[in-house]
Design a protein around this ligand. Structure first.
Ligand code: FES
Length: 161
C-alpha cells in the first residue's frame, strides 16, 4: 500500500469542506428558488374598464382583481390602477408609490399624482416628478379588445411617451 502524502490529505480535506459549504449554502438557495418557481403566479388578464371611460386629461382610478388560483384557498389580490389615454392608446399604471408602497392619488387642483406619505409627486402619466420615490409608477402590460381595456399581472418597460 502506498503511503498517503500530506498534500493529498490536505487536498481531500479542502474538497470535503468545499462540498459541505456548497451543500449548506446551495441547498437552501435551491429550495428558495424551487419554492418561488412553484408559487409563481400564472399570467392572467383582467378587465380594467371600457375605453370610453378614459380621457387624455386626467388619469382615472380603477380597482382590478387578480385571482390567486395557484395558492390554496382561491385568494384574490385587489390592485388599484390609474388609466389615461395617450397618443399611443391607453396607459395603465400602478397606484402604488415606488418609495414605500403607499397608495398615490390624483390631485385635480395640482394636476399631479401625489403620495400622501412622504410627498412624492408624479405627472398624469405616472412619471416621477420629485420627492423621495426612486422611480416612476410601474406600467402594466395592456391590451384593448373590442373597446375594453385589459391588463396582465405583469409590468412592461415604460416606453409609452
Ligand atoms: S411612500 Fe410615497 S413618497 Fe414615500
Amino acid at each position: 500500500m502506498k503511503p498517503v502524502r500530506r498534500r493529498t490529505l490536505l487536498q481531500a480535506a479542502i474538497a470535503a469542506i468545499a462540498g459541505l459549504v456548497t451543500l449548506l449554502v446551495g441547498g437552501p438557495l435551491l429550495a428558495f428558488f424551487a419554492d418561488a418557481w412553484r408559487r409563481r403566479q400564472p399570467r392572467q388578464w383582467v378587465k380594467v374598464c371600457d375605453l370610453a371611460e378614459l380621457n387624455s386629461i386626467e388619469p382615472t382610478h380603477f380597482r382590478v382583481v387578480f385571482k390567486l388560483d395557484h395558492l390554496q384557498g382561491g385568494l384574490e389580490e385587489v390592485r388599484g390602477v390609474y388609466a389615461i389615454l395617450t397618443d399611443k392608446g391607453p396607459l395603465v399604471f400602478s397606484n402604488v408609490c415606488t418609495h414605500m408602497h403607499c397608495s398615490v392619488r390624483w390631485l385635480a387642483w395640482r394636476q399631479q399624482i401625489t403620495c400622501p406619505c412622504h410627498g412624492g409627486f408624479y405627472d398624469r402619466w405616472g412619471q416621477l416628478i420629485g420627492g423621495p420615490p426612486p422611480f416612476s409608477l410601474p406600467v402594466y402590460e395592456m391590451q384593448v379588445r373590442e373597446g375594453e381595456v385589459f391588463i396582465a399581472n405583469a409590468y412592461v418597460a415604460r416606453n409609452y411617451l
